[in-house]
Design a protein around this ligand. Structure first.
Ligand code: DAK
Length: 258
């Protein structure tokens, strides 16, 4: 499928899919059309069995937030539907069956920051600036940051970022734990794709089990999470990759994963 404001590209192996929000004239601000296209693109990446997904923005911005020009006149009921749509996209990224990497180039504000937070890992270009700036528009983050940001950067830092609408440069954000690495802008795409490629080469079922087990730690009680981990761990002993990974270790050779 093709969309006006989103592209989905695949690497040569068909393993890594890259979703690019492509609305550079508005610094990739998210409107209804773009959010709906993102949902379809994520579905296509899932159906295509992507083993890793990179999320990024075209031009000089990652995503400068939800589209303020669209949002400003919404009624409470319309805001409800708008919130649901953004949540559906953030949830689709967060529950993507394979690992996701945000390649944060330039501005990542408000809803843009929240799409990055929904990814498993975040790599930034050195000119990235990120923040949940909603407070200065008289609203709060509504696509997941009140839940996801504190667990990534800790409670105090998250409260400062959200209460003050702080805009952090790449290095400060990395120090806060928001970015796993900061690289030269011109290297960002390659670094993120290379990281996604390394993830794609890992045993897919085991990665999925690890992702879902970690996610469980945010869902319910610690006991339920530990029980989930136990079941996920055991289930991997029915897979080719478990046999192959362990045989390869014993035979002192490289594993050949499915
Ligand atoms: N929305 C709409 N248009 C935007 C935009 C945005 N978020 N950000 C930038 N643009 C547009 C600008 O209006 C401008 O368009 P033209 O005037 O050329 O038509 C174009 O992109 C270039 O922007 P600038 O001329 O402003 O470029 P600068 O380099 O001077 O400044 C900037 C770049 C990113 C610092 C500045 O544009 C800026 O501060 N933008 C706003 C950033 C922001 O506050 N983002 C957070 C938005 S609030 C909800 C759930 C979630 C949300 C809402 C509701 N519910 C549950 C209901 C989420 C809210 C948000 O994301």
């Amino acid at each position: 499928m093709t969309w006006e404001t989103v592209t989905l590209e695949w690497d040569d192996d068909g393993a890594v899919a890259t979703l690019t929000v492509d609305r550079p004239d508005a610094l990739n601000a998210l409107n209804v059309e773009t959010l709906e296209a993102m949902l379809e693109a994520i579905e296509e990446a899932t159906d295509g069995d992507a083993r890793a997904l990179v999320v990024t923005g075209a031009g000089d911005a990652f995503i400068a937030g939800a589209d303020i020009k669209y949002m400003r006149q919404l009624s409470v009921e319309e805001a409800q539907a708008w919130g649901e749509l953004g949540h559906a996209v953030a949830d689709a990224i967060s529950s993507f069956p394979a690992p996701t990497v945000a390649a944060v180039n330039g501005y990542a504000f408000g809803g843009g920051c929240e799409m990055a937070l929904a990814c498993d890992l975040r790599v930034a270009g050195e000119s990235a600036i990120i923040g949940n700036t909603e407070i200065d528009l008289g609203i709060i983050p509504g696509w997941g940051a009140t839940q996801r940001l504190p667990r990534i950067v800790g409670d105090e830092t998250a409260r400062r970022m959200i209460y003050l609408g702080q805009r952090l440069d790449a290095e400060s954000a990395a120090e806060a734990g928001l970015f796993g690495e900061v690289v030269a802008d011109e290297d960002l795409r390659d670094v993120a794709t290379e990281l996604a490629g390394r993830l794609a080469a890992k045993p897919a079922f085991a990665l999925q089990a690890a992702k879902q087990s970690i996610d469980q730690s945010y869902e319910g009680s610690p006991r339920a999470g530990l029980d989930y981990e136990k079941r996920a761990f055991a289930s991997l002993f029915g897979t080719h990759d478990q046999r192959e990974g362990m045989e390869a270790f014993v035979e002192d050779r490289e594993p050949d994963f499915e």
